[in-house]
Design a binder for this molecule. Structure first.
Ligand SMILES: Nc1ncnc2c1ncn2[C@@H]1O[C@H](COP(=O)(O)OP(=O)(O)OP(=O)(O)O)[C@@H](O)[C@H]1O
Ligand SMILES: [Mg+2]
Length: 503
């Protein structure tokens, strides 16, 4: 028996001309949480996908629990007890929650599937580890991001995983959900399970990891023990840019209202909500899962409908039947679920970025390809999209670089109000700063911005005003500087009565 659960040595991986990994080592001890950090495109997901048998390695060796493994397939690695929660691979969307938990491991009576037992055991398993209830009949595609992670981890637990690998599991989770996930991971670690944890949130890395491997441009850039190191030291090993000014100052002047919602109601999601955004203003909107904040954006953008209320944009009363109508009237939205609404993965980086703003590059029906290319190349450089050129299909970009493309696409189109649903999720530290700069620039041009974020520190630092939602109602309004992230969490989770109404 070895102390080392995963030993990967000298791993290299080429995608055509792109060297994704070069001679990378990764050792993960049993009973430890091992972090992997690095900028977007550094190779984190690639090394994980090699271990998962999704990509074949170009060079290198892999040992699991001291045993050399020659050829890895997704099925063979699961037999070794290694389970994955990938960044971009979802569960079967049409399976139910309980089917997903017991996929390939269904409780049977003789040859027969015991559906009732499967449902009961799924509910019990989830309740035991996460202290939440999930309806076992809900389809996977109707589960929230947090619920999907819970189902995936529960499947690993049902299979008695020895190693659990999580690629950016907290990206779509709010603070309380992260806390509960960490509780589960610590309990598993105490059971001698090895955990690999990838995240762009450095505070999470400090909180949960025993060891950290840092990747830069597909190579090892160092190993640190967080308890003996600092965020600054880790970031310095990750990136080559100055991130000391994480939240750049904004000097935009706040003007007249550009978007107003009065008594907005969507039955079952939110009720009698009032929102007003001014020109040049960044309005934060935050709440726990199910608070209604995200649903509110969807209704504004025509992805869903208000049941009641008055919605006004640029002084005109509106009710959008579709996102296309909303875009025409001057709204832009960066959606949370970028794979469903954000990018066309088979189209090139260039086509994705310019598709929303193509009218500003055309003349009498002809596209001015030069001005389009300039705009696209400018945004690629500004946000640091890691791609050999602008013609690569978005599918081949790393997760964070795909998100940058979505951001570039929407921030480059002319709108009066921008609805941003977690725009910096999965984006590395350096690119976050660039996205903040773009937001500040839009505000400076007199645009209104609604900023929904699961990152409370970002909300506190970036927003002129903050609205907090709890169970479909607005329970707090704050001006910049009136609240810190801890208090914000308390209000958002309904735990604080220190609620401040600002007229
Ligand atoms: N299927 C593919 N075809 C071509 N290039 C690829 C493919 N998958 C990944 N790459 C490239 O390999 C490099 C590493 O990508 P990877 O997904 O491992 O990055 P990452 O560290 O996970 O980044 P992120 O933080 O954005 O998720 C990137 O330059 C990416 O564009
Ligand atoms: Mg990745």
């Amino acid at each position: 028996m070895s102390d080392i659960a995963i030993d990967m040595r000298g791993i290299s991986k080429q995608f055509g001309p792109v060297k994704a990994l070069e001679n990378v080592d990764l050792q993960v001890r049993k009973g430890s949480v091992h972090g992997i950090v690095g900028a977007n495109g550094a190779g984190k997901s690639t090394i994980i996908k090699i271990l998962a048998g999704i990509y074949r390695l170009s060079d290198g060796e892999v040992e699991i629990d001291g045993k050399p493994i020659d050829t890895i397939t997704p099925a063979s690695i699961e037999k070794e007890g290694v389970h994955f929660i990938h960044q971009d691979r979802l569960l079967v969307p049409t399976a139910t929650a309980s089917e997903a938990v017991f996929l390939n491991n269904e409780p049977r009576v003789g040859p027969f599937l015991n559906a009732r037992r499967m449902k009961r055991e799924a509910v019990e398993l989830i309740k035991k580890h996460f202290q939440v209830e999930i309806d076992p009949d809900t389809l996977v595609r109707d589960l929230s991001a947090a619920q999907q992670k819970i189902v995936q981890i529960s499947r690993a637990l049902a299979n008695k995983a020895k190693v659990l690998v999580l690629d950016e599991p907290t990206a779509a989770l709010v603070a309380a959900e992260v806390t509960s996930l960490f509780g589960v991971l610590r309990a598993l670690r105490d059971d001698n399970i090895a955990i690999v944890f990838i995240s762009h949130y450095m505070q999470e890395i400090m909180d949960i990891c025993d060891d950290v491997t840092i990747l830069r441009n597909g190579e090892n850039a160092g190993n640190v023990v967080p308890a003996e190191s600092s965020i600054e030291e880790i970031v310095a090993l990750m990136v080559n840019r100055d991130t000391s000014e994480m939240y750049p100052r904004r000097t935009a002047e706040i003007g007249e209202p550009v978007l107003q919602l009065e008594n907005g109601t969507r039955v079952g999601h939110f009720e009698n909500v009032d929102v007003e955004v001014h020109k040049g203003e960044v309005l934060g909107l935050t709440g726990l899962l199910g608070s209604g904040d995200k649903q509110l954006l969807k209704c504004m953008f025509g992805l869903d409908q208000f049941d009641a209320g008055t919605f006004t944009l640029n002084g005109n009363r509106r009710q959008f039947g579709s996102p296309a109508e909303a875009v025409k009237a001057g709204l832009a939205m960066i959606p949370e679920d970028r794979r469903a609404h954000g990018v066309a993965v088979d189209l090139s980086v260039s086509d994705n970025i310019s598709i929303a703003s193509i009218n500003s590059h055309s003349n009498n029906g002809y596209v001015d390809t030069k001005s389009e290319a300039n705009m696209v190349n400018g945004l690629i450089a500004e946000l640091g999209v890691k791609t050999p050129d602008r013609f690569l299909p978005v599918r081949n970009l790393s997760g964070g670089n795909q998100q940058k493309v979505v951001v570039a696409k929407w921030l480059s189109c002319e709108s009066s109000v921008y609805l941003l649903d977690d725009p910096t999720v999965a984006v590395d530290v350096g690119a976050k700063v660039e996205i903040y700069n773009l937001i500040n620039r839009l505000a400076g041009e007199g645009k209104g911005i609604i900023f929904v974020s699961s990152d409370l520190e970002e909300t506190v630092e970036m927003c002129d005003r903050i609205l907090v939602m709890y169970r479909g109602r607005i329970v707090g309004k704050y001006q910049r500087g009136e609240i810190d992230s801890d208090q914000l969490l308390a209000v958002a989770s309904g735990a604080s009565t220190d609620i401040r109404e600002v007229p």
